[in-house]
Design a protein around this ligand. Structure first.
Ligand code: FAD
Ligand code: NAD
Length: 475
């Protein structure tokens, strides 16, 4: 096999593997190096997202939600069950099968596109050489015309709280529980804390979520965050805001979690503790001497708007660079870079990256919040539509939540769409497309939405922005 490639991608997660595939589609010779090892020692492409993030968490969210609905909702539909029970082992096996299928699928995609997969460690050296050390220990020096760094991120540790892989775990550990903990604590009411807290809460764990900030979901629209907090608390998630964790220790009777809130020092004893306080860029042993690649103060690889590192023909994409740590953001960067390398147009619209939290109800948004627009002094108008007024949502027994559109007061351009409710993560795609095309709320108003669908909520919210909603009173 040749040791010379047009493009070498280091990292085979959702940023790296699409970069490799697109580069191969652009008729370049490509290798993709990935060092991921599963707990059983097997190598797998797909990175955090496919192996220990997006996909396994959604598999468990789906299983636990089905159980929860069978327990609490089926009777409303007149569906009678003689007792409902669940089996964590089956849920975990199903999850494992989905993950295996998806990660092995990447190898099939590589084969089809002509990408050379290399399992092991990659290290960038000066002059776009890459030192590759296979999982078998064999070392080779490869040469590339372009290198794409896509090394991803890792969980942020918390001082005073040491992972033991058993009682005190990170998000990967929390996806692997073999049984439902009776008492669970999650540190951090961020996306991971809410999604994984929901999984285990639905299956019966008494779940406390400790959040250092006083404000719940500060990155989301305020009205959305308020509605979300109300639903999560109703579901039994004990979310304690302004609770800063200082230490945790494993004792005989459980994990003793120490935290400080407005009332002073507090202690909580639980069976399992999940630390989900954010992620940090992963660049350990990635860069050799004299590469010219620079890390910023927080450890992210410095890049410009087009993901150029500043070192000639070395690019970086995904969680290891600035911007939201999201799989779809990394994918767009990877594909964009692969097109730029081939001399084509490559562009990521950072103003239209959707965020989704896969709880029930789901939460999704794109663009700016009312709070951000107020702070910027921009005049805007809003239109909202509650799912309680949607026939389809009511038929689904999913009338909680709303869709809100924020548009410029003068030009009517859509500035943000914020949804909490059924399938919000799917509905947001229309909002992203609208923003991508710089649509006005009138454009959405004049777009026919099938009846009865959840998407009518987006349509009616757009109409409400001009007080022309049909299915709710206009105020
Ligand atoms: P990664 O996925 O971390 O992949 C990097 C890869 O590079 C890894 O396989 C790593 O082993 C490899 N690597 C690193 N250094 C080297 C090296 N020197 N040599 C060889 N290989 C190397 N995002 C969403 O958009 N939606 C979700 O629903 C979602 N859910 C999540 C749930 C959880 C529990 C977690 C933890 C994250 C979730 N995320 C989600 C975030 C998402 O997983 C990340 O944004 C995404 O994986 C980043 O992709 P990446 O390719 O940049 O990095
Ligand atoms: P996060 O940044 O979303 O939330 C971490 C939370 O922990 C914050 O609210 C923070 O204030 C809190 N915190 C920090 N230190 C604390 C302390 N000492 N005590 C109590 N609380 C503390 O991070 P995350 O939930 O770990 O997720 C990491 C990344 O993974 C995110 O950037 C997210 O984008 C990504 N992710 C995305 C999805 C999705 O798209 N659905 C799902 C999971 C993860």
């Amino acid at each position: 096999m040749s040791d010379n490639f047009d493009v070498i991608v280091i990292g085979g997660g959702p940023a790296g593997y699409p970069a490799a595939i697109r580069a191969a589609q652009n008729k370049l010779s490509v290798a993709c190096i990935d060092e991921w090892k599963n707990r059983d020692g097997s190598a797998a492409f797909g990175g955090t997202c496919l192996n220990a993030g997006c996909i396994p968490s959604k598999a468990l969210l789906e299983s636990s939600e089905l159980y929860h609905r069978a327990l609490h909702e089926f009777a409303t539909h007149g569906v009678k069950l003689d007792g409902v029970s669940f089996d964590v082992e089956t849920m975990q096996k199903r999850k494992g099968g989905i993950v295996r299928g998806m990660t092995q699928g990447i190898l099939t995609l590589f084969k089809g596109a002509g990408v050379t997969p290399l399992t092991g460690h990659g290290r960038l050296l000066a002059g776009r050489k890459v030192e590759f050390t296979g999982h078998d220990g064999a070392r080779r020096i490869l040469q590339a015309k372009h290198v794409v760094l896509a090394s991803g991120s890792e969980p942020m540790p918390l001082r005073g709280v040491d992972f033991d892989g058993e009682r005190i775990v990170d998000s990967w550990g929390a996806l692997e529980f073999a049984a439902v903990p009776k008492r669970l604590c999650v540190i951090g009411a961020g996306v991971i804390g809410l999604e994984l807290g929901s999984v285990w809460r639905r299956l019966g764990a008494e779940t406390v979520v400790l959040e250092a900030l006083e404000q719940f979901l500060p990155m989301a629209d305020g009205q959305l965050a308020k509605e979300a907090a109300r639903h999560f608390r109703k579901q039994g998630l004990d979310i304690r805001l302004g609770a800063k964790v200082t230490a945790a220790k494993v004792e005989k009777d459980g994990v003793h979690v120490s935290y400080a809130d407005a009332k002073g020092a507090q202690t909580l004893v639980v069976d399992r503790l999940i630390v989900a306080i954010g992620r940090r860029p992963f660049t350990r042993n990635l860069l050799g001497e004299g590469t010219g690649v620079v890390l910023d103060a927080r450890g992210f690889i410095q890049v410009d708007e087009q993901c150029r590192t500043g070192a000639e023909a070395v690019w970086a994409v995904g969680d290891c660079v600035r911007g939201p740590m999201l799989a779809h953001k990394g994918k767009e960067e990877g594909v964009g870079v692969a097109d730029l390398i081939a001399g084509k147009y490559g562009h990521v619209n950072y103003n239209a990256i959707p965020s989704v939290i896969y709880t029930a109800p789901e939460i999704a948004w794109v663009g700016q919040t009312e709070e951000q627009l107020k702070a910027a002094g921009r005049a805007y108008k809003t239109g909202s539509f509650p799912f309680a007024a949607s026939g389809r949502a009511r038929a689904m027994e999913a009338g909680a939540g709303f869709c809100k559109i924020v548009a410029d007061a003068a030009s009517d351009e859509i500035l943000g769409i914020h949804i909490i409710g059924p399938m919000a993560g799917e509905l947001i795609a229309e909002a992203v497309l609208a923003m991508e095309y710089s649509a006005s709320s009138e454009d959405l108003q004049r777009t026919i939405h099938a009846h009865p669908t959840l998407s009518e909520a987006v349509h009616e919210a757009a109409l409400a922005a001009d007080k022309r909603a049909i299915d709710i009173p206009n105020r």
